[in-house]
Design a binder for this molecule. Structure first.
Ligand SMILES: *[C@@H]1O[C@H](CO)[C@@H](O)[C@H](O)[C@H]1NC(C)=O
Ligand SMILES: *[C@@H]1O[C@H](CO)[C@@H](O)[C@H](O)[C@H]1NC(C)=O
Length: 434
C-alpha cells in the first residue's frame, strides 16, 4: 500500500513522512532488542542490573587482556556424575613451560572463600601450580571468575604460575556467565583478602543454603588438581598451606637426584604461625619463633594425631646440616589418622571420593599409601606454614555431622583397602572407630 501511494506524485510528501516514521520505529526496535550474538559481559553496573535475556552457553569472553574459554555445555563429569569439571580453563602463562622445567608441581584446591591464600602460595612457590576451584552456582561462578581475573591482573606470580580447573555441581551448572570486569579497576591490588571479603557479600542466600546442605567435595577437588600436574612428582596441599621460600627449586634439585623409584613419600613438616609474625625466612628462623611460642606443629593443640608421626622434636634437632634438602629421618611410628603434606609420584592412590566434607578425606589416602607399602621420609630444612594458632573450639554441628557420615563409610573403605593390598599393618580389621 505504501508503495502504491508512492507512485502518486501528489502524495510524495506523505510518503516521505511515512517512510521517515517507519525508519525511526525500526531504529528504536533495534536499540531495544537484545543482541545475543555478542558476548555478555556487562560493562556498566547499574544499581539494579536487569536479568540478561541472553542465555548464552558459548562463553568465550574477550575484552582487552581478559579472555576465558568456558563452554558450560561441555566439561567432563566425575565418576559419580555429580560434578562437572573444566580443566585448565585459565592456564598460567608460564605453566606449560614450568611443568617441563621442574620435576614437581604443587597441586592445591580451594573454595571461593579461601582463594586469597593462593597469592602467598604463588609468591613462595616458583614452580607450576595446579589449582582446582569450586563454584556452587551462578553467583559463585561469576564471583570466582571476577576474583581470579583480579588476581591475574594484579599478581604476576598467579598469572604466570597457576593453572585453574573448575568444578561445578552438575545440577547447578549456570546457563550463562555475566561478570562486570570494569569493577576490577576499583579493587585494591594490594589487598586480596579484603577484596574477597567484600565480594563474598554478593553470594546469594540460596547458594549459601545449598552449601549448608551439600558438603564441599574436597577429595574430588584434590584429584582434579593432582591429575592436571604434568610433572613426575606431585605435591598436594590445601590452599592455606604456605611453602617456605625457595622450596620449589630446592625440591626440584633434591628430587632429580633421589634414588627412590617407587613408593616413596617425602613429608614436608607443617607448622602453624601466630598471625602477628613475619613468615620465617628459614628453618632457624622458624625454630626461633617456635621457642617463643609463636609457631608450633600444625594442629598440635587441636588434633595431635594429624602430624604426630612426623616427630617434630627429631626434625627440630636436625639443624645445621646445610641448606640443601636432605632426609631428616624416616617415619617409624605411622599411626592411623596421620595426614602429612608430602611429595610423591602421582601413581599414589587417589583420594577416595566417597568421603565428602570434613573428616576421613586426606588421612584415608595417606592410610592407603601406608597399607600399600609406602615409606615416608621427613625432609629438612624445608617446611610449610598455616596462618593462625589453632585452639580447641567446639566444632560446629555440621562439621561433626559430616565427620560422622564419613566415619560410617570408613568401614567399607578399610575392607576394600585390605583386599586390594592384602595387608593390614595397623590391625584395622579388628579395630572399631568410636
Ligand atoms: C635465616 O634467617 C635469618 C633471619 O632472616 C637470618 O638472620 C639468617 O642468617 C638465616 N640463616 C641462614 C642459614 O640462612
Ligand atoms: C621422636 O624422636 C625422638 C628422638 O629420636 C625419640 O626419642 C622419640 O621416641 C620419637 N617420638 C616419636 C613419637 O616417634
Amino acid at each position: 500500500m505504501v508503495q502504491r501511494a508512492c507512485r502518486l506524485w501528489n502524495l510524495s510528501a506523505t510518503c516521505l513522512i511515512v517512510l521517515t516514521a517507519y525508519n525511526i520505529l525500526l531504529t528504536l526496535k533495534f536499540m531495544y532488542t537484545p543482541d545475543c550474538s555478542k558476548n555478555i559481559i556487562q560493562v556498566q553496573n547499574p544499581p539494579e542490573p536487569p536479568r540478561n535475556p541472553c542465555l548464552n552457553n558459548i562463553d568465550v569472553f574477550e575484552k582487552g587482556d581478559f579472555s576465558v574459554k568456558l563452554d558450560l555445555r561441555l566439561g567432563r563429569l566425575d565418576n559419580t556424575l555429580k560434578y562437572k569439571y573444566f580443566d585448565n580453563f585459565w592456564v598460567g602463562e608460564s605453566y606449560p613451560e614450568l611443568n617441563e622445567r621442574y620435576t614437581v608441581c604443587l597441586a592445591t584446591q580451594s573454595s571461593l572463600e579461601r582463594l586469597y591464600s593462593l597469592v602467598e602460595v604463588a609468591n613462595h612457590w616458583s614452580g607450576p601450580i595446579s589449582a582446582s576451584v569450586f563454584a556452587a552456582g551462578d553467583d559463585e561462578l561469576n564471583l570466582l571468575l571476577l576474583y581470579i581475573t583480579y588476581l591475574r591482573q594484579c599478581q604476576s606470580n598467579v598469572r604466570n604460575r597457576v593453572s585453574f580447573h573448575l568444578a561445578i555441581p552438575k545440577s547447578r551448572v549456570p546457563r550463562s556467565i555475566d561478570i562486570d570486569i570494569e569493577q576490577i579497576s576499583t579493587m585494591d591490588c594490594n589487598r586480596p583478602e579484603v577484596t574477597l571479603k567484600q565480594m563474598l557479600k554478593h553470594v546469594s542466600s540460596e547458594t549459601t543454603r545449598w552449601k549448608g546442605k551439600n558438603a564441599y567435595p574436597q577429595n574430588h577437588m584434590r584429584n582434579l588438581a593432582r591429575k592436571n600436574c604434568q610433572t613426575k612428582f606431585v605435591y598436594l596441599t590445601d590452599v592455606d598451606i604456605i611453602p617456605s621460600y625457595r622450596q620449589a627449586d630446592e625440591l626440584h634439585r633434591f628430587l632429580q637426584k633421589t634414588d627412590c623409584r617407587t613408593k616413596c613419600a617425602y613429608v614436608i613438616p607443617t607448622y602453624e604461625l601466630d598471625e602477628r609474625v613475619v613468615f620465617p625466612s628459614n628453618k632457624s628462623d622458624l625454630l626461633r619463633l617456635a621457642n617463643k611460642g609463636l609457631a608450633r606443629p600444625f594442629h598440635q593443640k587441636v588434633f595431635i594425631f594429624n602430624q604426630f608421626a612426623t616427630n617434630f622434636s627429631k626434625w627440630e634437632n636436625t639443624i645445621n646440616q646445610g641448606s640443601d634438602i636432605h632426609i631428616s629421618h624416616t617415619v617409624t611410628n605411622f599411626e592411623f589418622l596421620y595426614e602429612p603434606f608430602y611429595v610423591a609420584m602421582d601413581d599414589a592412590p587417589p583420594h577416595d571420593e566417597r568421603f565428602v566434607g570434613y573428616g576421613y578425606t586426606r588421612n584415608t589416602q595417606v592410610y592407603e599409601m601406608f597399607v600399600a607399602g609406602y615409606d615416608f621420609f621427613v625432609l629438612s630444612p624445608i617446611f610449610t606454614c598455616h596462618w593462625g594458632l589453632s585452639t580447641k573450639r567446639s566444632k560446629p554441628a555440621w562439621r561433626e555431622q559430616q565427620n560422622n557420615e564419613n566415619r560410617k563409610k570408613f568401614d567399607n573403605f578399610k575392607h576394600e583397602v585390605f583386599v586390594k593390598h592384602g595387608r593390614d599393618p595397623l590391625n584395622m580389621m579388628l579395630r572399631k572407630l568410636g
